[in-house]
Design a protein around this ligand. Structure first.
Ligand code: ARG
Length: 445
């Protein structure tokens, strides 16, 4: 029974929240005249002492005492005696754990948001530095049109900013205090739930006692936000794996974020990127784990819900680690401008620019321009050269009305420079967007 029932090995991480919750509860009980001032003083002093012991690593957690709530209460009894027995008036472990866990998840949301913003800052700074570094943009992982490295990084800044927004939204919705819902039905004592809610930084007390002790959608929302962020992190991680492969050679990771091989001395492996890519497995699994635990539970509390913490801690720990590693890799990495431009040149990435030129200059229908361009690309392929290195005569063999002016659009730099539409890849757009983000992400904002 002890093996399956005890949760102390996991919920000891709620110690700080549990002590804060108990202190607020005892203060409220004293203010409402439910316990005496002297008893409250003894409780406050004892709880501070316990916080110190836990901080110093001097607290003996006991499995026989099941969970963090009983461990702390038992120690309080040892320290202050009878008043400790009055602390649990007008509350239950059900509202206690719901409150502790909400506070823990609330802080996790704040930390996730801060971690995402640090990553966004690193990405925006690199984007600013490489706003004009031409690289091939891909669809189907085939060379499509030239973009810039900065533009590519800013795509991730947009994704991570939505992730940060999801954590902020979840935090707002979860910020109602369950304490005082007691076991499930509230209490007959004249408690002041507004006081405990305010003391613990909640916006208001949760309005329905059954909901207060039995809902875990605040954790589910947080795990959803983490799972979605994990998919974004894994996509960026995958790009780092591709870009650092010698077959791409777009980016060099720092020595600090590369590992060697025990047998192949030439290797610089992107282990951290691969692990960030893999951590998505844990984060997605944790969400699924808690969804399945919560599905079909009747109101109010059931012990099933004790499993909420392992899933949540696992996901939040993985997210923090993945964010820190990704931020470090982005800060340190060195893009290779020449290799990226070379790849863009090699992939006929300005074919769309040629087609657009035919439409604009010769008033050709786009479908026909697409066909003519296909023939020009085939010729360049045959001559093993890029579009801008073909001669005018070569192109005129396919479409005699083509003029010298066409060369103004065939170079990859000209192509990206022309993408000035809102949200487009032009370096001037990228510069402006990077500056906007860096300004928004200043720590004081
Ligand atoms: N350790 C329990 C949990 O995490 C605390 C609540 C226990 N409540 C109860 N009625 N047994 O869910």
């Amino acid at each position: 029974m002890e093996e399956i029932n005890a949760s102390i090995d996991i919920d000891r991480r709620l110690a700080a929240e549990d002590i804060a919750g108990s202190k607020a509860h005892a203060d409220m009980l004293a203010a409402a005249g439910i316990i005496s001032r002297d008893d409250n003083q003894a409780i406050q002093k004892g709880l501070d002492e316990i916080a110190g012991e836990i901080g110093r690593g001097a607290f003996a957690f006991s499995k026989a005492l099941e969970d963090i709530h009983m461990n702390i209460e038992a120690r309080l009894k040892e320290l202050v005696g009878e008043p400790a027995g009055r602390l649990h008036t007008a509350r239950s472990r059900n509202d206690q754990v719901a409150t502790d866990f909400r506070m823990w998840v609330r802080r996790a949301c704040d930390e996730a948001e801060a971690g995402l913003k640090a990553l966004m800052r690193a990405l925006a700074a690199k984007a600013d530095e490489y706003a004009d570094a031409v690289m091939p943009g891909f669809t189907h992982l085939q060379t499509a049109q030239p973009v810039t490295f900065g533009h590519h990084l800013l795509a991730y800044v947009e994704m991570f900013s939505r992730d940060a927004g999801r954590f902020a939204d979840a935090r707002k919705r979860m910020n109602e205090c369950p304490l005082g819902a007691a076991a499930l039905a509230g209490t007959s004592f004249p408690i002041d739930r507004d006081a405990t809610a305010a003391a613990l930084g909640f916006h208001k007390p949760a309005a329905n006692s059954l909901d207060a002790v039995s809902s875990r959608d605040f954790a589910l929302e947080t795990l959803s936000a983490a799972a979605i962020a994990a998919t974004h992190l894994s996509r960026l991680a995958e790009e780092l794996v591709l870009w650092t492969s010698p077959h791409f050679g777009f980016v060099r990771l720092s020595d600090g974020f590369s590992t060697g091989s025990s047998i192949m001395p030439q290797k610089r492996n992107p282990d951290a990127a691969e692990l960030v890519r893999a951590k998505a497995g844990r984060m997605i699994a944790s969400l699924n784990n808690l969804l399945v635990v919560m599905k079909g539970l009747p109101l109010a509390y059931s012990k099933d819900m004790q499993e909420d913490k392992a899933a949540t801690f696992e996901s939040i720990d993985a997210l923090a680690l993945a964010l820190a590693a990704m931020t470090g890799m982005i800060e340190d990495l060195e893009p290779d401008r020449a290799a990226m431009k070379d790849a863009a040149d090699r992939g006929y990435s300005t074919a769309t620019d040629l087609a657009d030129w035919l439409v604009r200059t010769l008033n050709m229908p786009f479908r026909e321009a697409h066909h003519v361009t296909g023939a020009v690309v085939a010729l360049a392929e045959k001559k093993n050269t890029s579009l801008d290195k073909l001669s005018l005569d070569d192109m005129r063999m396919i479409e005699p009305r083509i003029t010298d002016n066409v060369f103004s659009v065939l170079a990859v730099e000209a192509s990206v420079a022309s993408r000035t539409s809102y949200g487009g890849a032009a370096p001037e757009n990228v510069k402006r967007e990077a500056a906007r983000w860096l300004n928004l992400l200043r720590p004081e904002n």
